[in-house]
Design a protein around this ligand. Structure first.
Ligand SMILES: [Zn+2]
Ligand SMILES: [Zn+2]
Length: 294
């Protein structure tokens, strides 16, 4: 355990996670947090807050508000405002993670499997969305997608949002920031049998604080690289408009070669029309050099 984590856990004023959940596991308290979150101005005066929650009994209302104060709500001279922990609770409730477990019929993605060419399917299960091939079973990525992401979106919009989410999560992870807790993420490239993809040579990002993990094909790290973006633009392809699963170098290790063990170097060969861009990456997925041929 890191020293800092230890000092957080030994903090006398801090609330244990189980106690924190206990504090907000109450309809009235959740209503108070939501009322503060949706209030037009902050801080909110006591009587306005009580009216927004719709509770007549002032003493009972005060009791619940008092339970939230300091940890989730800050009391100021002229009213109350949400603290960051309170915001996180409201966001989690809005995202649906605590209450909903929606099911969704598989979505026809309309793009071909990079291995066999069959039409891909998006399957939603246990709040994770995966893009997979119903014929050969090849995985094109599987990632957490909170139920709130399904609200007010049709199938195409769900797929587009998932594509954006995967790109952003990986962008953060590659830069060493955990998308769950902002802790330090460490990237390794290794052969893995069990992972989110059909490919075996994968990049894995692990958080040293909360243990959150993300995995991808090595090439996914190149989606926002300026040379790779420019190379595609010259060939009439806008990478920001192409779902990542339609690009074989983002979901498969076919185009990737281990060029050197020590130091670790990988070559990703990206074909576009009659030209090939070869990108050399180090073990942390930083671009070392690029070369064109064709
Ligand atoms: Zn397939
Ligand atoms: Zn983390």
């Amino acid at each position: 355990m890191s020293e800092r984590l230890q000092s957080i856990q030994e903090c006398g004023d801090c609330v244990e996670p189980a106690d924190a959940f206990g504090l907000v596991a109450n309809e009235t308290r959740l209503s108070i947090l939501e009322a503060l979150w949706t209030a037009e101005a902050s801080p909110v005066r006591f009587t306005d807050l009580r009216q927004a929650v719709g509770m007549r009994d002032s003493a009972q209302f005060n009791y619940h508000l008092d339970k939230l104060t300091d940890q989730f709500v800050r009391k100021l001279d002229d009213g109350y405002e949400l603290r960051h922990a309170g915001e996180k609770v409201v966001q989690a409730v809005l995202a649906g993670s605590f209450t909903e477990h929606p099911t969704l019929a598989p979505i026809d993605v309309g793009d071909p499997c990079v291995q066999c060419g069959a039409e891909l399917e998006a399957v939603y299960d246990d709040e994770r969305l995966s893009i997979q091939c119903p014929d050969c079973g090849y995985g094109h990525g599987e990632y957490a997608f909170p139920p709130g992401g399904l609200t007010d979106r049709d199938d195409d919009e769900i797929l587009a949002a998932f594509d954006q989410r995967v790109r952003h999560l990986h962008c953060l992870a590659k830069d060493g920031v955990c998308p769950e807790c902002s802790g330090r993420m460490v990237t390794t490239v290794e052969r893995a049998d069990e992972c989110c993809l059909g490919s075996s040579l994968t990049a894995t990002h692990r958080c040293s604080q909360c243990n959150h993990q993300l995995c991808s094909a090595v090439g996914l790290a190149l989606l926002d690289d300026s040379e790779v973006v420019g190379f595609h633009r010259e060939h009439g392809v806008s990478l920001s408009e192409r779902p990542y699963w339609t690009l074989s170098w983002c979901v498969s290790d076919d185009a990737i070669e281990l060029a050197s063990e020590e130091p670790q170097r990988f070559e990703v060969a990206i074909d576009c029309e009659d030209e090939t861009l070869t990108v050399t990456l180090d073990g942390e997925l930083s671009v070392v050099e690029t070369a064109r041929s064709g």
